[in-house]
Design a protein around this ligand. Structure first.
Ligand code: TRH
Length: 363
């Protein structure tokens, strides 16, 4: 028997950075590899997929990558969706990106209407529990859109997680502290580098290109690598997504940002420091608090306070020298907690599995 709802279309508009495409690329690959779905991923800016997936050729209108048909968004407007083309069984509109009108009209023409999902950004706030799965009928077409909220509780759509994903084994603070530094330009990197320079133990900090490296270069002259006391600060290339995940499992501490690397740091099971994506009116700070409250609920003081202070300093641009020292001072407790948080989250179904179940229940 063919699988239920075998054809899935995912639409992704790149707002900025790599988070939108990072989440969609993972989900597309997983739906194809683990759920046997035929997935088309429509992307408006293929050049932002290429660094995550080096096999991607941004010049091609259509290409098969990791079992996914990757398509140029603009071409969705030129397909005849009432004839040769057919809207998929499930349509994912990532992050309220607004489907091409021609495609939307094509969805309404199908005898069996597609299940239409709007995949929202991840939040640890409690309100997402009650909003996950909410239906919104289209004002004029016979279509209903469902809002899907990824999240940390079983009432949400869960988190992207591939089957058999390894976690790093629990380890005490290593002799050479390896750190990855993926951040925005607003992070207080200068004070972190000051703390590194005074580090009493060897340390290796790996800095990807883009905002992280530009911010480091603004503090230190030249192109690196730099030696600051016992600390070595090294530029690294932008890694393919799976290689970046492996880097997170290898490092003792990961500075991550946005949405997707933030989730991956949790799957690596290692201590991490999160820089949340900034929003107008400082709305992001409430979201940061919601996560830290959830994350620290089972982490005893004073380690919880150390973690909270470093997250806060890192996100408000405050000098983080003291908070960093405190965080390192509680490394073992924080590492232990990262491993148990990882184990607890793994007991919940993952986002792709939840979406497949949710869609099957709508027919
Ligand atoms: O790039 P980001 O800042 O993306 C952001 C956020 O998603 C934010 O919520 C969203 O609103 C905004 O984009 C538009 O951070 P994020 O989410 O961690 O995405 C980075 C992706 O890049 C992630 O999939 C990991 C990947 N990556 C690599 O594949 N290789 C690398 O070397 C690095 C540093 C990252």
């Amino acid at each position: 028997m063919p699988p239920m709802q075998p054809h899935w279309d995912i639409f992704c508009r790149v707002v900025d950075n790599y988070g939108d495409i990072g989440v969609c690329w993972r989900l597309a690959r997983q739906l194809a590899a683990e759920h046997g779905r035929r997935v088309r991923l429509w992307v408006d800016d293929l050049s932002s997929l290429q660094p995550l997936c080096p096999a991607c050729d941004p010049a091609l209108p259509a290409q098969a990558l990791a079992g996914v048909e990757v398509r140029r968004w603009a071409d969705a407007a030129t397909v005849d969706w009432s004839g040769a083309g057919k809207a998929a069984d499930v349509v994912i509109e990532a992050f309220a990106c607004e489907l091409p009108p021609a495609y939307l009209a094509g969805m309404a023409l199908r005898p069996v209407r597609p299940v239409w999902l709007n995949l929202e950004y991840l939040s640890a706030e409690a309100w997402v529990d009650s909003c996950h799965g909410m239906a919104s009928p289209h004002p004029s077409l016979p279509l209903t859109k469902y809002f899907v909220f990824p999240g940390f509780s079983p009432s949400t759509a869960g988190l992207p997680r591939e089957a058999g994903l390894p976690a790093a084994p629990l380890a005490p603070l290593p002799a050479i502290l390896e750190i990855s530094l993926f951040c925005y330009a607003t992070a207080p990197v200068a004070s972190l580098l000051d703390a590194f320079a005074a580090a009493p133990r060897p340390l290796r900090c790996l800095v990807p290109p883009g905002q992280p490296l530009a911010t480091v270069r603004a503090c230190l002259s030249g192109d690196g690598p730099w030696q600051l006391g016992l600390a070595r600060v090294e530029p690294i290339p932008f890694l393919a997504q799976d290689d970046y995940d492996a880097l997170l499992r290898r490092c003792a501490i990961n500075f991550v940002r946005g949405e997707d690397s933030f989730v991956r740091a949790q799957w690596a099971g290692r201590p991490f420091v999160w820089q949340i994506y900034r929003q107008d009116g400082d709305a992001h700070l409430g979201k940061l608090d919601a996560f830290v409250d959830r994350y620290c609920a089972d982490l005893a003081e004073p380690a919880a306070r150390a973690l909270r202070q470093l997250f806060l300093a890192w996100n408000t641009g405050a000098d983080c020298t003291a908070a960093w020292a405190d965080f390192l001072g509680h490394y073992d407790a924080i590492a232990h907690h990262a491993a148990s948080w990882n184990a607890a989250l793994r007991t919940q179904p993952d986002l792709a599995t939840n979406l497949v179940k949710f869609c099957a229940a709508q027919v």
